[in-house]
Design a binder for this molecule. Structure first.
Ligand SMILES: [Zn+2]
Length: 376
């Protein structure tokens, strides 16, 4: 009896030791391949490194970060093909935990996104967010892919999911719906986008602008006027863009009095440019020129004001003056002056943008040239 017990105990012990040794050998092999892989990276042989790193190594939570760092390094140096291969090799492993697999897929999608293969990136992000509907990072990147494709309807859908499940803002949703409305050719569909934009964010100037443009296209002038006026109140920088549609919907005279009343509330160079455009439509060219000069006094780097002034003068009989203005215009462009800049990445723009095309953030581009007139 005792002998049998000893035998069983010995067998259990032997099995334990065997499995421990086997595991250690596996881990040692893995560690060796891993180290060899990094030796290749250090000696600048990325293809050999890729081979080693993905050959026998087990991918688990401990080694994952190192792989991702390597993938990010490949992407940063523009070697997207290598990044793709690294992540595809990792996905070939059959023993991956589901969560790890999703994380690797997210990296692979980012490789495609950075390589400009947006369709493939979107496909993976869509699949990943079907499995994990509340995954903020995946949804955010999916939205950015759709924005890059200028598919604003899909981007808006994605932002709606971010609002519902994560911390996505209604302000960005309104921007995307407004863009979708402005890009949509079907007037009924455009109207639905614009109405939804205005309802998700009542304070969005962009949404109000889109609604005004859509109503104008539908021939509903009265509603167009109301929306365009509201857009100038919510976002004074949009006034130059709203000026001509407002003239079309309300007539030049009423547009002039609207912008005059805006100016008596607050002096703003964009409001003066808008007023100048309406004055020109009313045939009051000299007054228009005076308004543009005043806008440039308020903000000498206001490219849109200078352009409008240059065009107005070229169209007039003031030959010498037009030439001087054109010279100044060219000088402004040669120094690449830009009156607007992104607060996040510093990228400069000649006019207001809702989304920075460099860092992809929304609502970060602001006028930088001069202090706001009211603050002077
Ligand atoms: Zn930026």
């Amino acid at each position: 009896m005792v002998e049998a017990l000893i035998l069983v105990a010995a067998a259990v012990l032997a099995a334990g030791i065997y499995s421990l040794l086997a595991r250690r050998r596996r881990e040692t092999d893995a560690a060796r391949a891993y180290l060899q892989g990094f030796r290749y990276i250090l000696s600048d042989e990325p293809d050999a490194a890729l081979e080693q790193l993905t050959r026998a190594v087990e991918v688990d939570a401990r080694t994952l970060e190192t792989y991702f760092a390597l993938g990010a390094l490949f992407r940063r140096t523009g070697e997207h093909e290598r990044a793709v291969r690294l992540h595809q090799n990792m996905l070939l492993k059959t023993d991956l935990a589901p969560r790890l697999r999703l994380q690797i897929e997210l990296e692979l999608a980012l490789d495609f996104q950075r390589a400009g293969m947006l369709e493939r990136a979107a496909e993976i992000y869509e699949r990943v967010t079907e499995t994990e509907p509340g995954w903020r990072e995946a949804l955010l990147r999916l939205r950015q892919v759709y924005e890059e494709q200028r598919n604003f309807a899909r981007a808006a859908e994605t932002q709606a999911r971010l609002v519902e499940r994560c911390d996505g803002t209604r302000a960005i949703l309104a921007h995307l719906l407004a863009e979708a409305a402005l890009a949509e050719e079907d007037s009924g569909l455009a109207a639905r986008f614009a109405e939804r934009a205005a309802s998700v964010d009542a304070e969005s100037g962009h949404a109000s602008f889109a609604l005004g443009m859509v109503r104008l296209g539908q021939g509903r002038a009265k509603e167009a006027v109301a929306a365009l006026k509201r857009c100038c109140e919510l976002e004074p920088e949009l006034a130059p863009r709203a000026a001509e549609p407002l003239v079309e919907a309300a007539g030049a005279g009423r547009a002039v009095s609207f912008f005059n009343s805006r100016l008596s509330a607050a002096d703003h160079p964009a409001t003066r440019v808008a007023l100048a455009r309406c004055l020109r439509h009313a045939g009051r060219v000299e007054e228009a020129t005076a308004q543009l000069r005043r806008a440039l006094d308020l903000d000498p780097r206001y490219v849109e004001a200078r352009l409008t002034l240059g065009r107005a003068l070229l169209g007039s009989s003031m030959g010498d003056e037009a030439r001087r203005e054109l010279e100044r215009l060219l000088a402004a462009f040669s120094t690449q002056e830009s009156g607007f800049a992104c607060r996040t990445c510093g990228h400069g723009y000649g006019e207001l943008q809702f989304r920075c095309t460099r860092c992809l953030n929304w609502d970060t581009v602001r006028r930088v040239a001069a202090a706001a007139p009211e603050e002077r």
